[in-house]
Each structure stands twice: as structure tokens, then as C-alpha cells.
Design a protein around this ligand. Structure first.
Ligand SMILES: Cc1ncc(COP(=O)(O)O)c(C=O)c1O
Length: 386
């Protein structure tokens, strides 16, 4: 007899993982001396944790500390550093009681969604979006409401788009800078959206994982605009610590205890050793700013060279390390287009279908967090291929 499999088990795959597998397979099959595969599909820094973080880990391991569980909300010393980060970057005074250390931003989403919403609630987000938002909401029985945003709002929500929703939703997820478009909400737009959320009783969830990776546009945190917003952040991107699995939530007061109880039951705590590394990473801004300078140069190069290679409709990417290219004039099947690009010129990029279920077949996401020399080589190959 077939046993029951829960609805949560029907979460769709994250297709970028299939692209990564195809790029790995091609790289493994290359004959010696053949041009290497250029990895523009990956959304993680090629650099490791900053040196100060790994040194702190080495010292902790030598000290003989048992490195047991921490409090569910995280080490107090790390939460204190995170609070100081809000003072340093945003001029905000944040009590450490509102900070919860999580297993990456990914571990923060289910905690935040479960604490803030009930099954059947409606949570709005704009396409294109980071796919796990929708997949996690769906697995939890919360209904994602997807509204399309285009280049006219830099693929971001606007108050005008939100006002069309009748009745208003229970929640709104925003990401600035965003994945896949790399676009940002400017502070005045963000403030207007937060005010609209508060006025309409809509819980704002702000994914700020790409903060620190902004080039000429200033970053703003939802915490500056609303005491009711949930901020999600992580050490994975600016801090270059993806595999350490550590992030944080900045919570409104009413959600602190619910999140703490959920975290106690779900994870007990984020990995202790990673929390030590994360704390030390706050002393590594010089090294981390070096990474950002490299992304800035790669971004400038791609914005300049991709149009000559036939990708001339690019998102106004002011942050993160992505460009979202409209390829409608070249293909209406981004999956096949990316497969051909990988097979014929060895450049891996992500088809837009993961990020936008209706329009994604005409978009491709290029990530530029790889080596700078690869970005130059990629545009040279793509220009010959066009
Ligand atoms: C927008 C966005 N949010 C969250 C995550 C997950 O990050 P973490 O490694 O902190 O779980 C990613 C990872 O790519 C992302 O792009």
C-alpha cells in the first residue's frame, strides 16, 4: 500500500541546481587544454570566509571549548555585534533582544513566516523573485500572491502596484538588492512601501541579504521605516560565508518570543562554531570591501560589454552580483538558450524560469561573483557567439 506523502514534499526543485550540475558535467568532460567553463550561474562568492573569521575559529578549536548549543536566539556576543552593525551602517539603535541568529537567511524564512502568518494567509511578492520564498510559503500552507513587476519599477514593487490589491494581503516580501534582478528600492520608495504596509495592516518581510553589495545607490533597511517589519539577513553574501550557515532576523517585538520558541524546537541553535566566525567577520570590513570592489569592476565591465555581445536589455542592477537580461529578441526558451550557450561557448548562466513562472522563458540571469578575468573572457566568447 502506498503511504501518504505530505503536501510539503511537493516543493518544486530550484532549477539553478540543475544548471550547476550541467556546468559541472561539462567541466568534468573537457579534454585537457580546452577552454574552461565560466561559471556565471552560481550565486555565491568564490572567496571564502574572511581571514579574521577563520582565525577566530582556529582559536576556538584550540581553546578546548565544548562548543555546545547556544541559546536559541544565538550567542549574546554575536547579537551585540549585530546590534552594533545597525548603529554603524544605518544609524539605528536596536536592542539585542530583537535579534535572532538563524541557520542562514534560509533558516530565518520558515521561522518568520510561521511566526507572522497562518495557513491560508496571502503573502504578496513581485516576480521575478528568489524561488524559495514561494516554495517555503506554499509548503507551509500560506498562499503566495505573485504580481508582475517590470523594468519601469526596476522589477520591484511600488505603492501603486500594491494599492491595486483588493483585499490587501496579510504580508509582503521585498528584497533590495534583489535576486535575480540586482535592482534596489530607493530609500523614498522603500519608506512609502513600509508606510503603506503599516497603514493597511500588512506585515512587511524584508530580505536584506545583499546589503553591503550596493554600488552607487544607498541601502536602506526596513527597520528604519517600520517597527513592525521583519528583516532577514545573512553572513552568506557580503560576509562571504555561504557554507557556514549563519544569518539573522531583526524582529518586531511581538514576534520575538514566537520565533524563539519555534527556533528552540526546529534547530535548537545555529552552529556554535559558525557564530564565532560570524562575530569575527565584523572586524574584517577591509578584506570584505576588497571583494565588493572586485564585484563593482566586474559589474561595470559587464554593463559595458554585454550589450556588444547581444545582451542589451539588462536590469538596472544597482546591487547584489546579478544582471537580469531580457533575451526575447534572441529566444523565447531561456532553458534551451542557456543549454546552448553552455554547450557552444562554455558560459553557464541561469534561465529566468526559476524566478518568474510566466515571463522567465525570455530572461537569463548572469552572476558576476566569479573571478574578474572570467567576466572578461565570458564577454569575449559571447561577442564571438552572437
Ligand atoms: C535573495 C536571497 N535570499 C536568501 C538566500 C539564502 O541565503 P542563505 O545562504 O543565508 O541561506 C539567497 C541565496 O542565494 C538569496 O539570493
Amino acid at each position: 500500500m502506498a503511504l501518504k506523502v505530505g503536501k510539503g514534499a511537493t516543493a518544486p526543485p530550484f532549477l539553478v541546481m540543475d544548471v550547476i550540475a550541467a556546468a559541472n558535467a561539462r567541466a568534468a568532460a573537457l579534454p585537457p587544454g580546452a577552454p574552461h567553463v565560466i561559471r556565471m550561474e552560481v550565486g555565491q562568492p568564490g572567496t571564502g570566509a574572511p581571514a579574521g573569521a577563520t582565525a577566530a575559529v582556529a582559536a576556538a578549536l584550540r581553546s578546548g571549548d565544548a562548543l555546545g548549543y547556544t541559546e536559541a536566539l544565538g550567542r549574546r556576543s554575536l547579537r551585540t555585534r549585530i546590534a552594533a552593525h545597525y548603529r554603524d551602517w544605518y544609524g539605528l539603535t536596536v536592542p539585542i533582544e530583537r535579534i535572532a541568529v538563524t541557520v542562514g537567511a534560509s533558516g530565518g524564512f520558515p521561522l518568520a513566516f510561521l511566526a507572522a502568518f497562518d495557513p491560508g494567509d496571502r503573502v504578496v511578492l513581485t516576480a521575478p523573485f528568489y524561488p524559495p520564498y514561494v516554495n517555503i510559503l506554499t509548503a507551509l500552507g500560506i498562499r503566495p500572491v505573485i504580481i508582475e513587476a517590470g523594468p519601469e519599477t526596476r522589477f520591484q514593487p511600488s505603492v501603486a502596484l500594491l494599492e491595486r490589491l483588493d483585499p490587501p494581503p496579510d504580508g509582503l516580501i521585498v528584497a533590495s538588492p534583489s535576486n535575480p534582478a540586482g535592482t534596489m528600492l530607493h530609500p523614498d520608495e522603500f519608506s512609502a512601501i513600509a508606510a503603506w504596509c503599516d497603514g493597511a495592516g500588512v506585515r512587511l518581510i524584508s530580505d536584506e541579504i545583499y546589503h553591503g553589495l550596493n554600488y552607487d545607490t544607498p541601502i536602506a533597511s526596513a527597520a528604519s521605516f517600520s517597527p513592525h517589519a521583519v528583516v532577514v539577513n545573512s553572513f552568506s553574501k557580503y560576509f562571504s560565508m555561504t557554507g557556514w550557515r549563519v544569518g539573522w532576523l531583526l524582529l518586531p517585538e511581538d514576534l520575538v518570543r514566537p520565533v524563539e520558541c519555534l527556533a528552540q524546537n526546529f534547530f535548537i541553535s545555529a552552529p556554535h562554531i559558525s557564530q564565532i566566525a560570524a562575530e569575527a567577520a565584523f572586524d574584517c570590513h577591509d578584506e570584505l570591501r576588497g571583494n565588493v570592489a572586485r564585484y563593482r569592476r566586474s559589474r561595470e565591465h559587464l554593463l559595458d560589454a554585454l550589450p556588444n555581445a547581444g545582451f542589451d536589455r539588462l536590469s538596472t542592477a544597482e546591487g547584489a552580483f546579478y544582471l537580469f537580461a531580457d533575451i526575447a529578441d534572441r529566444s523565447n526558451d531561456s532553458v534551451a538558450f542557456c543549454a546552448r550557450m553552455l554547450a557552444e561557448v562554455g558560459v553557464a548562466a541561469t534561465p529566468g524560469v526559476d524566478f518568474d513562472r510566466t515571463r522567465g522563458a525570455r530572461f537569463v540571469r548572469f552572476s558576476y561573483c566569479g573571478p574578474e578575468a572570467d567576466m572578461h573572457e565570458a564577454t569575449a566568447r559571447l561577442a564571438r557567439w552572437r
